[in-house]
Write a protein that binds this ligand. Sequence first.
Ligand code: ADP
Ligand code: MG
Length: 395
Amino acid sequence: MNIHEYQAKQLFEKFGVASPKGIVASTAEEAGAAAREIGGPGLVVKAQVHAGGRGKGTFKNGFKGGVHVVNTPEEAQDIAGKMLGQTLVTHQTGPEGKLVSKVLIAKAVDITKEYYFAILFDRGTSSHAIIASTEGGMNIEEVAEKTPEKISKEFVNPAIGLQPYQCRKIAASLNLRGPQMNQAVKLFSALWNLYLKADCSLVEINPLAITTDGQVVALDAKFNFDDNALYRQKDVTAMRDTTEEDPREVAASEFGLNYIGLDGNIACLVNGAGLAMSTMDIIKFHGGEPANFLDVGGGATKEQVTAAFKIILGDPKVEGILVNIFGGIMDCDIIANGIIAAAKEVSLNIPLVVRLEGNNVEAGKATLAASGLKITGASDLTDAAQKIVAAVKAA
Ligand code: ADP
Ligand code: MG
């Protein structure tokens, strides 16, 4: 799960991470009032969307920049009015862009240098990784590719936690000295504490800035949270903004389905994450493109299968469906009934290939055969993938 920058600022405040004061606004008038409360000169208006690269982004109506530094509250109100209700396109939003329904008004600071700082899970080393760079404010992927020597990493043993010497080492790698090193160490420790307590999987500050009056402050914030820990993070869960998420994934999460939307046209409905991965692989192997990853789980109910099927059918990109079930715990007849229930509610007019195997398979096959639905049966994974790819190409 992700949150907006203005929400990240609330967490900063709670955990003592230095960052300029900010107020969120949904209308130009609110933005003006927020700007007067913070007080000029020197304000920044920032579009609130779940995507980075806002500064260099362009609105669909041609207005340039999702981050503007202005002088007066009047200007802040004017700029906010130009952003709100408009769609911002950045290198992270995709060409469809994201609708801006909130802006953050924050105190602008005079920046002398911008750095990059992040804490994240590192599965490769089974630890947490701290990534820092003197090349902040810009595209870190590009820095990593072109000048990897400008990125320093420090790994944190999860059993021990981030140690003060590691904070000093990172600060030294950014050439920070004296009082600035002390401020940076304090900020890193506060961020680490926040990362751990809020069950984050990523905290990215780009830029972390040094101001002309020598302060070390976080100017941007991108957060990801570990979804498996959300049950114990009520405050974080309350920050969820489903309008920023893929509507297919939002619907799937309501039914406890593991669904990830992809760009292809062949939808998959599978039980078990490993089988779902192999199903996507074999579709690609036979020249098709999967429209989604979908694992209905080992013990899905008929309601979940129906919901899953409806999510798939509601996706305009989908031109064919492959159901691949290996009934270990799953009863094949439940799948069959779920498919039929969904097909009754949403008309099924695209090819459907079903491969069923395992627990109660005969009953499942009989149920499907008796339904009158147009279904192509398949004997194994290869057969199933070949049939759905061919059917979609023919249609
Ligand atoms: P994004 O990464 O989405 O473009 P940022 O929050 O990083 O958005 O803002 C882009 C740039 O705007 C920053 O690199 C920084 O130079 C400037 N900026 C952002 N917030 C402030 C602020 N409070 N004061 C001054 N400049 C800012
Ligand atoms: Mg940024």
